[in-house]
Design a protein around this ligand. Sequence first.
Ligand SMILES: [Zn+2]
Length: 131
Amino acid sequence: MGLKKRSLWYAFIQAKCPHCHHGNMFINKNPYNLKNMSEMHLNCRVCGISFFPETGFYWGSMYMSYVITVFFSVINVVLIGVLSHWNLYALVIGNALLLAVGFPLFFRYARVIWLQINMPFNAEVSKKFDV
Ligand SMILES: [Zn+2]
């Protein structure tokens, strides 16, 4: 199943520019390349809009990170709890593993969500850069 090009879901999952849905937000597409996991382009390479609209802009993404982390932790703890009959060691180790393994994705998608909330999609600009 292919994602519809230029859709919000496509831009979200692929971490594309929320303004045009074409340019990549992050320099390295692989979030598990931990050396440059957080490095972003300053501007969209396609439409040119700034990914850093103001100083400290991404402090706000910590709220998104918190929401994502709590959401997946609750699901994870309930799943492990049911499977392990609420063994405390299994719960603590299981959730620590989720947080360690999921961190690069949680970090990136917190920024993607934060930028998508604060930057509206522009269909005109997006159409201009369609291939
Ligand atoms: Zn763009």
